[in-house]
Write a protein that binds this ligand. Structure first.
Ligand SMILES: *Cc1c(COP(=O)(O)O)cnc(C)c1O
Length: 477
């Protein structure tokens, strides 16, 4: 029986429907500013609109688009709304999305160099570009012992660093059946570090008991003296201090840990130093912000940030650099017989499945490549400068209003503030402001205070939108 072309893979149908989807997205971007930022739907509303069973027969794209408008859009919190200031905005851009589309369209798996050489080499190359743009030290360049890899998220980057650190601590002659260390491994991070540190350690089998959360000072920075004492005490008790996570730009308040001091303590104990710059890292594109962001990086074993937060690359895109890829590859390399190939055996290529938890991998470097090429470093820098400037102006308005107070020194484009009348009043104000639907802010605990957080970084956000946020706050306070 002659076979029909599979309808799922008909190039002409794809051309037609693809254009319709691109048009739909462009219309969405035109309209998004008019929508309430936060979805008003109640739990279960979206599912209640959907049929209980999957369709047996194919439906037309028009029917799907109609349901996008009817069911999906009302159920969205619009992360690309210009009034989105919550958490850390997840920026995106046309070039990045087109890179994402190309990746899906090519449909290659880049687990080995041999399974798609361009997928591996473009990634290595673009991460060398980005390393240089950020002013990260040479030790992270792929031309030496190090190099960069694209992972899905900062949480995965942390986990990946932990397993490399564990490998190094166990010694290079560790055998697969040598699962237990006679000496306990201990990890360190500040009390203000992201929850992904504890989660990554937990996944790696290092329980909460062996994570020392080091106290922070009044500015939310890790106290390096306390870190040094904790590491010394553990070493004296016969334990192995093996991993330290420093944060450049904490999630709550944007605090910068003193990485050079932390690096000195880590070095004394031979512990792996990972720097989590998930959000703030993008600002290292600008020489005037770079100093404190890359400080101490020359002593770090791994350093990661999320271009998907503040660098116009759509989620997901975490970039992780290591100074020595040896322990990472030792920890994660699996070479079953069905993956054997001459290029791997030659030792002359990178097989990125050795640098990550999964085997398969997407061609994520395309979206970074298109973003860097079609937007350019100069425009990426300008955007970050604008955001920092607008956040600084916003902080000035907060300071000038006697009803409000700044609760943490503004950091880059993040401002944490509250009402002088107290935490309850601040929380109630946040509900009222978010309830109006024109802007969305989030909150965080800063010391003993409940702070409102405004993070400028949205793709479509303009200065007027930051002004709107202030006017809404001021009107509803
Ligand atoms: C956002 C953030 C993370 C987690 O990011 P994911 O990529 O979503 O895992 C980790 N650390 C810091 C400091 C962050 O701001």
């Amino acid at each position: 029986m002659p076979s029909e072309p599979v309808p799922a893979f008909d190039p002409e149908r794809f051309r037609r429907e693809g254009r319709a989807i691109v048009d739909w997205i462009a219309d969405y971007w035109h309209a998004v500013a008019e929508k309430p930022v936060q979805s008003p739907v109640k739990p279960g509303w979206v599912r209640a609109q959907l049929p209980p069973q999957a369709p047996e027969q194919p439906e037309q794209l028009d029917a799907v688009l109609a349901d996008l408008d009817r069911v999906i859009v009302p159920g969205l919190t619009h992360w690309q709304h210009p009034g989105f200031f919550a958490y850390f905005p997840a920026s995106t851009s046309g070039p990045s999305i087109l890179g994402e589309l190309l990746s899906a369209g090519l449909g290659v798996q880049g687990m080995l160099w041999a399974t798609s050489p361009a997928c591996t080499e473009l990634e290595t190359h673009v991460l060398d570009w980005l390393r240089e743009l950020l002013g990260l030290p040479d030790r992270f360049a792929s031309t030496g012992t190090g190099g960069g890899v694209i992972l899905d998220s900062a949480s995965t980057g942390l986990l990946t660093a932990v397993v490399a650190a564990r490998q190094r601590a166990a010694g290079s002659d560790v055998r697969d059946d040598d699962t237990s260390h006679s000496r306990q491994l201990v990890a360190y991070a500040s009390a203000g570090a992201h929850s992904s540190v504890e989660k990554g350690l937990r996944i790696a089998g290092i329980s909460r008991q062996w994570l020392r959360k080091i106290a922070t000072n009044a500015h939310g920075q890790m106290d390096a003296d306390r870190l040094a004492s904790a590491m010394d005490a553990d070493a004296q008790a016969g334990r192995i201090p093996f991993f330290v996570a420093a944060t450049v730009g904490t999630t709550s308040s944007g605090a910068f840990d003193p990485v050079p001091l932390i690096a000195a303590a880590a070095r004394r104990h031979g512990a792996w130093l990972h720097v989590d710059a998930a959000w703030a890292g993008a600002a290292a594109l600008c020489p005037e912000f770079r100093g404190p962001i890359v400080a101490g990086a020359e002593a770090a074993d791994s350093w990661g940030f999320n271009p998907h937060k503040w660098m116009l690359v759509n989620f997901d895109c975490h970039t992780l650099w290591v100074a020595d890829r040896g322990p990472l590859v030792q920890a994660l390399s699996m070479k079953p017989d069905y993956l054997r190939n001459a290029a791997t055996e030659s030792g002359a290529v990178i097989d990125y499945s050795d640098w990550q938890v999964p085997l398969g991998r997407r061609f994520r470097s395309l979206k970074l490549w298109l973003t860097l090429r079609m937007i350019g470093a100069a425009a990426l820098r300008q955007r970050i400068r604008d955001h920092v400037l607008w956040a600084t102006e916003f902080a000035g308005w907060v300071r000038d209003d006697p009803r409000f107070e700044i609760l943490a020194e503004p950091s880059l484009s993040l401002v944490c503030f509250g009402l002088r009348s107290g935490d309850e009043a601040s929380a109630a104000l946040l509900d009222r402001v978010n309830g109006e639907g024109r802007v969305l802010l989030s909150s965080a605990r800063i010391g003993s205070r409940h702070a409102l957080r405004l993070a400028v970084g949205g793709t479509l956000t303009r200065r007027e939108d930051v002004e709107t946020a202030w006017k809404e706050l001021s009107r509803l306070a």
